[in-house]
Design a protein around this ligand. Sequence first.
Ligand SMILES: NC(=O)c1ccc[n+]([C@@H]2O[C@H](COP(=O)([O-])OP(=O)(O)OC[C@H]3O[C@@H](n4cnc5c(N)ncnc54)[C@H](O)[C@@H]3O)[C@@H](O)[C@H]2O)c1
Ligand SMILES: O=C(O)[C@H](O)COP(=O)(O)O
Length: 409
Amino acid sequence: MPKTSLDKSKIKFVLLEGIHASAVDALTAAGYTQVDLLPGALEGEELRARLADAHFVGIRSRTQLTAEVLAAAPKLVAIGAFCIGTNQIDLKAARERGIAVFNAPYSNTRSVAELVLAESILLLRGIPEKNAVAHRGGWLKSADGAFEARGKTLGIIGYGAIGTQLSVLAESLGMHVIFHDVVAKLPLGNARQARSMEALLAEADIVTLHVPELPSTQWMIGASEIAAMKRGAILINASRGTVVEIEPLAEAIKSGQLAGAAIDVFPKEPKSNKDEFVSPLRGLDNVILTPHIGGSTVEAQANIGVEVAAKLIRYSDNGTSTSSVNFPEVALPAHEGKHRLLHVHQNMPGVLSQINSILSDNHINISAQYLQTRDDVGYVVIDMDARSSDVALEKLAQVPGTLRTRVLF
Ligand SMILES: NC(=O)c1ccc[n+]([C@@H]2O[C@H](COP(=O)([O-])OP(=O)(O)OC[C@H]3O[C@@H](n4cnc5c(N)ncnc54)[C@H](O)[C@@H]3O)[C@@H](O)[C@H]2O)c1
Ligand SMILES: O=C(O)[C@H](O)COP(=O)(O)O
C-alpha cells in the first residue's frame, strides 16, 4: 500500500454539543472508529486542545469556531454544522485554511415551523399568562383578549425554508399570510408578499422572524419597529438572538403595545444547561421563553445526524464538496482503481498551469481532472494511477499557494 492516504482508523472526529447518535452510527458504519462524542459546547483552551489533532469537528449553534480557534486546528479537513445556522463559524477563515464547512439546511425546519404555529395559537388565547396564574393558584377564566387563529394575519419576515413551511401550515388553520423577504419569492397558497417590512409590521396580528444572522438582520426589530406594529400584536423570534432587541420588547410587553411574545433565541444564551438564563423578559407571564429548542426534536436531530455525517463521509472518502457553505463545490464520481489527489490552493493565476507542468514533467498520466474555485480558494482534484500518487503528492504540495493536499484510494 502506498503511504499517502490516511488510514480510516487514524482519522479523528470530534462531535460536540450532544449531536445525535445517528451521526456516530453513520461514521462507524463507514469505517471511522475514532469518534469522540461530547455532550456540551467547548470554548477557549479546552476547545483548542480538543481540536489540536482532530481531522473533522461537528458542532451545533453554540460552539464558536473563530479564526483563532481554527488556527489551533492544523489537521482539520472539514467542519460539520449539525444545524442550519453557520454564523458561529468564521467561514472565510475556514476556507482560507482549506477547511470545508457543511450544514443541514432543511432537517429541522419542520420542527421550527410547528413550534411557531403552536406558539401563535397559545399566545392568541393568552394561554402562557393563564397557565402562569393557575400555577400560582389563580383562576383567569375570561374571553377577554383571547382570539381564534382563524382569520388572523400572520406576517413572516424571511420567507425561506422555515417561513414557507409555516406559511402552508398557517393557511391550513385559516390564517391570512403575508411575508417580507429581501429576495423575490414565490408566494405559496394564498400568501402575499408585503410591499415592505413596514407594511407587514402595520398589518400583521403576529409577526414571526425567520431570517439568518447577518449584518443586515442585526437588531432589525427594535423600538421603532415594535412601535410600528399593531397595538396588541404578537412577536415571535426563533431565528437568531441578534435579530430582536430585547429591552424594547420587554418594555412593549409591559406597556401593552404587544400582547405577547415567544422568544427562542437570545443575544446572550447560557453556555450550558447548568448556567443561569438571564433576560429582561423573565417574569413576564405572556412571554413564552424557550431555550433555543426550535429545531430540537428527536426527528430533526436524528435526521441532521445522518445528513451531516453523510456529507463529511463523502468529502473524506471521495472528495465531493457539493452543498458546502464556504468551499468550492465539486461533484466527483467514484475513483475505483485510481488514486485521487485533492489540492486546495489560493485562487491566483498560474496555479493550475504549475500543477499541470509538474504532472507533465514527471510523466504522470492522469485519468480525470476537476477544478472549481470560490472567492479566494481553488480546489483541484486529479485521478491518476496508483504508482504516481506518492510523487505527485510530494511535488504538488510544494506549489506556491498550496493550502492543503490529500490522497484518497
Ligand atoms: N431556533 C432554532 O432552533 C432554529 C432552527 C433552525 C433555524 N434557525 C434559524 O432560522 C434561520 C432561518 O432558517 P431557514 O431555514 O428558513 O433559512 P433560509 O435561508 O431558508 O431562509 C431565510 C430567508 O431570509 C431571507 N432574508 C435574509 N435577509 C433578510 C432580511 N434582511 N429581511 C428579510 N428577509 C431576509 C432570505 O432571503 C431567505 O429567504 C436560520 O438561519 C437559523 O439562524 C433557528
Ligand atoms: O441553526 C439552527 O439549526 C438552530 O439554531 C438550531 O441550533 P441547535 O442545533 O444548536 O439547536
